[in-house]
Design a protein around this ligand. Structure first.
Ligand code: TYD
Ligand code: MG
Length: 461
């Protein structure tokens, strides 16, 4: 039988198959398979001329024989980002920074490079396969002056990059972006699954062998014809995702995987005319510009990782012009909104179901936490009845199908965050009250509620 010369790969997750499939068994994406020529077996081409194909044999060691060096981590100059990374960039690590195109990945990495060169006195090499040196210069001029050992290069061939890195020996390398890179050992086009995978494998070796920290940019692709960063997730040490509405100015950095720290941390950045700035007090920023004395606006507290964020929820309930009312949930689960409207209709006997209902979480955030339920219910009722919610009230709690208000996790942190920002009435699930009875809460009043009927009474007061 003739030997197959090509294989099919899923663009989303890298699933490999001998024949074309309509739906990927790995990630369930539809129409994501592309045909690519088969890569020669790994090792058939030596990594570079001066390294032998077989590495020297390593000896096993005991755990207490391993020495940890103090200087293992390099601070990025962004305190928030250091926390997400688990205390700074680890020497010899491979970090993937994923995100939608235009979200600010190149901007962030340029700023990190600037900080490393100027503040930490490290040598940095920024390799761009997407922009010309002129474009990089234009961006750099917006961001602030660049000093220190920071060099730029436009290159898309991985072998050339590896050679340059070996010559220059920088501490930190940026590859922007992996989808533009290609290696000679694979015949497929740049951005294809096998190119992305093979190029990254070479960068991984480069990072580990030379103790260089490498950041790789990976564009998240929806329907494009390039492979997404999911393919690389298992290869790299740290996976960071940069998210946010590109129309808004807030950007959130999540750790998706981290071999050197927790993945519960987030960092918040704000994009303005001169680059990205970290936001050390995101709640304050999110609540700025809140309307005063408007019905339908309620402050609630969601958790992003281990960090409480105070968020304004806006609800708008208006007479519907159609038989089938319109409902829109912006930043919140649409089906959950429908459920909450049904609960309000049934348990409070309010005929809210006939009305158009819109819910908006401000700041371009997406919160998928049930603790926002009570806030959403109150925003909807407040708008429906046209009663404003006093602006010193913060609300949180999950709402069940019988209209009961249920306990949520991290109540303590949510309350502390609200007190810190000067809220002095907190409407919360009654369950949490016993833990706070003897606590000094300054002049903050805790208002326990057991069901949404009790929450409605507070609104009417
Ligand atoms: P960029 O870093 O190029 O995004 P990515 O590399 O993720 O594709 O950021 C592009 C967007 O950021 C662009 O739409 C313009 C905006 N931007 C600012 O608003 N202010 C700035 O100072 C810079 C450099 C970019
Ligand atoms: Mg870019």
């Amino acid at each position: 039988m003739a030997k197959a010369t090509s294989k099919f790969f899923c663009k989303e997750c890298g699933y490999e198959s001998a024949k074309w499939l309509g739906q990927c068994p790995g990630c369930r994406a539809w129409n994501s398979f592309v045909e690519e020529p088969i890569t020669p077996a790994a090792g058939s081409k030596p990594f570079s001329k001066n390294s032998s194909s077989r590495p020297t044999r390593q000896k096993p060691v005991l755990i207490n024989e391993i020495e940890l060096q103090k200087e293992d981590r390099i601070p990025t100059g962004f305190k928030e980002l250091d926390r997400v990374l688990g205390g700074g960039i680890v020497v010899g690590s491979l970090v993937l920074l994923g995100g939608d195109p235009g979200i600010g990945k190149s901007t962030l990495l340029l700023e990190i490079s600037r900080n490393l060169a100027a503040e930490s006195k490290k040598s940095v090499l920024y390799v761009s396969g997407e922009e010309s040196l002129k474009q990089i210069k234009m961006r750099a001029e917006r961001i602030a002056n660049i000093t220190g050992d920071l060099k730029f290069m436009t290159e898309t061939n991985i072998e050339n990059i590896v050679e340059t890195v070996r010559e220059e020996c920088p501490h930190f390398v940026v590859i922007d972006s992996i989808q533009t890179m290609y290696t000679d050992s694979v015949t497929a086009a740049p951005g294809s699954v096998s190119q992305v995978r093979e190029s990254s494998a070479q960068l991984l070796r480069l990072a580990k062998e030379n103790g260089i920290a490498i950041f790789i940019v990976g564009h998240v692709t929806k329907d494009g014809n390039v492979a997404g960063p999911k393919i690389l997730e298992h290869m790299v040490d740290v996976v960071l995702y940069f998210e946010g509405e590109s129309s808004g100015s807030l950007r959130i950095m999540h750790g998706q995987k981290n071999r050197f720290g927790s993945t519960n941390e987030i960092a918040v950045f704000e994009m303005d005319g001169d680059g990205l700035h970290e936001v050390t007090n995101p709640s304050e920023l999110l609540l700025s510009g809140r309307p005063v004395g408007a019905s339908g606006s309620v402050v609630s507290c969601g958790m992003e990782g281990t960090r409480p964020l105070l968020i304004e929820i806006q609800g708008l309930v208006v007479q519907s012009a159609f038989n089938l009312p319109r409902r829109t949930a912006n930043g919140f689960d649409y089906n959950r909104l429908n459920m909450l409207i049904a609960i309000v209709e049934r348990r409070l006997n309010l005929e809210i179901g006939k009305y158009d209902a819109y819910v908006n979480i401000t700041g371009g955030l997406r919160i998928a936490e049930p603790s926002m339920d009570l806030g959403i219910v109150m925003a909807l009722i407040s708008s429906y009845m046209n009663i404003e919610v006093s602006d010193d009230i913060m609300v949180f709690g999950e709402v069940g199908l019988s209209g009961e208000v249920r306990a949520v996790s991290n109540a303590e942190q949510r309350i502390e965050e609200a007190i810190r920002l000067g809220f002095n009435k907190i409407v919360m699930p009654a369950y949490h009250l016993k833990r706070f009875n003897d606590r000094n809460l300054k002049d903050c009043q805790l208002i326990p509620v057991r069901n949404i009927r009790e929450a409605l009474q507070i609104l009417k007061k």
